[in-house]
Write a new protein. Structure first.
Length: 74
């Protein structure tokens, strides 16, 4: 995610979607859509809430299936 640290920060601060992982109830998935990334992509950030630890972050076309939706912006 070199060069996208500000996008990761914005995704955590103002996500479009927050989803709980179906395999780890302490892991939350944050998504935010950015038009300027490759013509429109999501930044995905996975966080373990117990430790406030970022597990991974990457760019994706879609929101993963599965898991409970905690937050969705309009």
């Amino acid at each position: 995610m070199k060069g996208y640290l500000d996008h990761v920060r914005q995704t955590l601060a103002e996500p479009n979607v927050v989803q709980r992982s179906p395999t780890n109830p302490n892991e939350y998935r944050y998504y935010r859509f950015f038009d300027e990334i490759y013509g429109g992509k999501y930044v995905f950030v996975a966080v373990v809430k117990a430790d406030n630890f970022v597990v991974t972050a990457f760019i994706t076309r879609t929101i993963r299936r599965g898991g409970e939706f905690i937050w969705m912006s309009r």
